[in-house]
Structure formats: structure tokens, C-alpha cells
Design a protein around this ligand. Sequence first.
Ligand code: NAP
Ligand code: G4F
Length: 343
Amino acid sequence: MTKRALITGITGQDGSYLAEHLLSRGYRVWGLLRGRANPRTSRVAHLVPDLSFVDGDLTDQASLLAAVDAVQPDEVYNLGALSSVPGSWQQPELVTDVNGTGVLRLLEAIRMVSDLSGSRHADGGRIRFYQASSSEMFGKATETPQSETTGFHPRSPYGVAKTYGHHITRTYRESFGMYAVSGVLFNHESPRRGAEFVTRKISLAAARIKLGRQKRLDLGNLDAVRDWGFAGDYVRAMHLMLQQEEPTDHVVGTGRLHSVRDAVRCAFACVGLDWTDHVVVDPALVRPAEVEVLCADSRRARAGLGWEPTVDFPALMRMMVHSDLERASREPAYGDLLQVAGR
Ligand code: NAP
Ligand code: G4F
């Protein structure tokens, strides 16, 4: 029977890769779209009409209930969130509502629809649920590397809200027997990554500076260290987590560490430039409370799901820089813009 999946966060980086992955496996896929009047669908426009949309917002219980009831999904992937960590200090209450309470609302919608229409699902009426948890929950990590048993010490409103989402998912699993799991995913990037995140900010700047469309790159903490992987690999892990006999949380990452400085060096080397000629450290971009190092211990995912990453860090940065060179070459040069403005 054709499986039906509902994805929140369909317009985001991961939503687009996951929709592609599920469609390629024969799923019918619906994306939850907020703000129909002005939807940001550029990342998934190429998937229409195979991909369908349903209205809804994680801050609105009634819309989630209606969406789950309309789609009658076998699997729900909750990828919707305000996902910028620095942004979460600007809008802490909204981030808590969307990234924290939003998870509770979606679990409630699934519970209610499952109770009402249980017989329509092969596995006893239960809709399987994936929660996009984050390595930001480890924050000021109590051990390195971090695994499924490492304690949480979040350092931002984003991390705190994600920690609530993680715990409420486990609580619904234990309270109601729901197949509800969290993937604790470490940083994953791609050419579709938002330009507010550091790797994409760097790849875009390297491309623009090479093409004479940008002068310099302002960055915050160059010493921060992350475990960066490719988003296309990580959505495979999300899908695998919902295909297991028992609902189990998994940590997903490469186990390889690189600093922001490494990312800059790598990206500028791709375009034949010395990064030290172009990068300026701006103290205003340093966070109120930084997460210095995150490193995944993904042994459970590798052994239990058979998951492996396929793209290493230098290949990931090259992929992003090459994509941005192509994109930036279509942007008007600064001089052209001045001419258009009549100056
Ligand atoms: P992203 O590109 O920032 O996408 C976020 C998505 O959430 C967008 O589609 C956005 O829709 C949607 N959204 C925002 N507010 C919403 C609301 N009130 N109701 C419904 N949807 C809403 O994020 P991503 O990188 O794909 O990440 C996907 C998920 O994984 C997020 O939950 C993120 O926190 C989590 N995560 C990401 C990483 C990573 O490294 N990428 C690592 C760990 C966890 P609009 O277009 O309408 O704004
Ligand atoms: O790219 P980032 O903004 O990613 P961050 O904060 O690690 O969060 C991302 O990964 C999380 C998983 O761990 C997700 F849950 C979350 O949704 C998001 O996708 O920053 C990475 C590092 C930080 O230490 C930051 O201080 O880069 C450092 N950095 C240095 N200069 C910068 C900059 N980050 C940004 N965004 N912009 C800078 O100019």
C-alpha cells in the first residue's frame, strides 16, 4: 500500500531533501505550509505536482488537527522550527512556542486523529512521528563525543525549546505507546542551507568575493568547532528511524570535527583566495553564550539503522562553494546595481 507522509518545515533545507527522498521511495507526500499568501516554496517548487500542500502552523492547534485529519498520514516528520540559534535570543518567546509547544500540539493532533480513525492504519491505528531534535541540546556538553545517553545543558532559547520538544516526544511515547522518536541531529548543510548559517554564509561570501560582488566577510567566533555533515545524508536517517520495530531515539553525525576557521580556509581555497585577506572578526556576532564544541557518537545509528554519511567536510564545502559560484554569477555586480540606480 502507498505510504502517506506529512512533513512540517517543507520549505526548509531538510524538508526539501526529505520530500525528494520519500517521493523517490513511492510515498505520497504532503508539506505543511504556513502563510499561503506568501509561501517560500523555492526549495520545493521542482517537486510540484508530485508534492501536495496542506495549510497549518505549529502555533495553531486547530490547523494541525485539521492537517493531520485531512492527510491521514502513516508518518509525520516534524521539521518545522525557527532554526537560527542567534535568532532565538531576539524572539525567545516565539521560538519557545514554535519549537517547544509546537511539538506538543502536533503530538496532540496525532493522538486525537489516531484515536478517531485507528482502523485506517496498518499498525493498529498509530501514526509514526519523527521529531527534529538537535545537538544544541547538549550545549555546554558534559562529555565528548555526545551519544543518546549524554545529558543536556542547552545554552540558548533555541536549545531549551528543542530540549522540551525532545522530552515531550519521549513522554508521549511512554505515556500513550505512540511510535514517537527523536533524531538528535548534528549540524548538516547543503547548497540549500539558509544564508544565516555559518557554512553557507562562508560559501556564498567566497563565491561573491571571487566574482567581485562582495568586499569582505564579517564573522563571529572562528574557534567554534562543529560536526558538519551533508543534509541529503541526514534525511535518510530520519526515514530509517520510522521503519524500525521499536521506537528509538538516535544521534546522527559524522564524528569528525572542524572549526569555523577550517570552513573559511577550505571555502576560500576552493576559489583560489587567501581567507586572511577577506575575513574580519566582528565581536557583535559572538553569541551571549557559545557552544564551543559538538561531536557526535553515532554508533547506535550506524549499527542499528545501517546509516553512514557519504559526503565528507571538504567535499561538502566544495559542493556549496561551486553551487554559490554558479548562483552568484547570475547576480548583478555591484557596479551594475549603481548604474541601474542612475549613480
Ligand atoms: P530551516 O531551513 O530553517 O527550515 C525551517 C522550516 O520550519 C521552514 O520550512 C519554516 O517555514 C518552518 N517553520 C517556521 N516556523 C513555523 C511555524 N510556526 N509553523 C510551521 N512551520 C514553521 O531548517 P532545517 O535546517 O531544514 O532544519 C529542519 C529541522 O531540523 C528544524 O527543526 C531544525 O531546528 C532542526 N535541526 C536542524 C539541524 C541542521 O543542522 N540543519 C540540526 C539539528 C536540528 P517558512 O518557510 O514558512 O518559514
Ligand atoms: O551555522 P551556525 O549558525 O549553526 P548552529 O548555531 O550550530 O546551529 C545549527 O545547528 C544546530 C545543530 O547543532 C541546529 F539545531 C540549528 O537549528 C542550526 O541548524 O553556527 C555554527 C557556529 C557557532 O558556534 C557560531 O558561533 O559558527 C559560529 N559562527 C561564527 N561566526 C557563526 C558566525 N555563526 C553564524 N550563524 N554567523 C556567523 O557570522
